[in-house]
Design a protein around this ligand. Structure first.
Ligand code: CO
Length: 288
């Protein structure tokens, strides 16, 4: 789909902080970069975590993520390249591959595994954790796979390609819409010498993460493998990006919940008591 950008922004958000992720491993030894860590959960409310993974060395990913539980939030896995098999305790099974996305609402509890279905080649993508409001943390678990072909895309007159994973951008609605946190999740490909703008609600916390090339937001350069946290300037109506070289990035924004965040590994609740309850429920087989 080709679109005309409805109207230029009056005032773009700027970069508030640049963040370099922390190399770590998770699951059965999958190497990844934790870009959004616990220290940023308050600043980037409603987002709890962003992991970036990318490797062409099977030793970095082959063991995958065997059975593990989640409670109290949503996970959004976006696969740029690779094949990963998902299975969960509610009986769902799916294959996530090149350009596809999986959205899981863990709610009161899901146990799942994510195992690579490839023995070589590149595995690259992101896992984002989105918090649930207190009133929804114990909702029934839900899950859906979106193949690449089902993710809406548009191209601007400049040739900027935008994949709308969640929310809406320049009049194009994404694959998912969520109430309360109203997440926006875009994958943006800018050819060298182009510019791109999209509106952002003033209520939302927002960040970009560059995974190819580099972009500028105002005067600030955001290099490859860096997160730029966008400011919350009251007068800003969106964000404008410029690329002097080919660049790719994700743009993520959401409405903060402003509720207490208590995390213990894969459980994110509002109180310590709820965490104890989650552990007790998990140990006693009360997860789905
Ligand atoms: Co998981």
């Amino acid at each position: 789909m080709n679109i005309v950008i409805p109207s230029p922004l009056e005032h773009s958000r700027a970069v508030d902080r640049l963040i370099e992720g922390i190399p770590t491993s998770d699951g059965a030894g999958v190497k990844l970069t934790r870009v959004l860590t616990g220290k940023l959960q308050r600043r980037l409310d409603p987002f709890l975590m962003l992991d970036a993974f990318g490797s062409d060395n099977p030793d970095d990913y082959i063991a995958g993520f065997p059975d593990h539980p989640h409670r109290g939030f949503e996970t959004i896995t976006y696969m740029l390249a690779g094949r990963m098999r998902h299975r969960d305790s509610a009986g769902h099974e799916g294959l996530l591959e090149n350009g596809g996305m999986q959205w899981m609402i863990a709610g009161r509890g899901a146990i799942h595994s994510e195992i690579p279905e490839q023995e070589d080649g590149v595995m690259e993508g992101f896992q984002l954790w989105l918090n649930l409001p207190a009133s929804n943390k114990m909702a029934a678990p839900w899950y859906k796979d979106f193949s690449s072909a089902t993710i809406p895309e548009y191209t601007t007159p400049d040739g900027v390609k935008v994949r709308v994973i969640a929310g809406s951008s320049n009049g194009v609605s994404g694959a998912m819409t969520r109430e309360t946190t109203e997440p926006l999740y875009l994958d943006i490909h800018l050819p060298a010498g182009t510019e791109f703008s999209t509106a952002l609600p003033v209520t939302h916390n927002a960040f970009i993460y560059v995974y190819r090339g580099a972009v500028k937001v105002g005067e600030t350069q955001v290099e490859n493998q860096r997160m730029g946290i966008l400011d919350n300037a009251a007068e800003a109506d969106g964000v404008r990006l410029t690329a002097s070289q080919d660049a790719r990035l994700i743009l993520v924004a959401g409405k903060p919940l402003n509720e207490a965040i208590v995390q213990y590994g894969p459980f994110v609740m509002n109180t310590q008591d709820e965490i104890h309850q989650a552990l007790d429920d998990f140990r006693n087989g009360r997860f789905a």
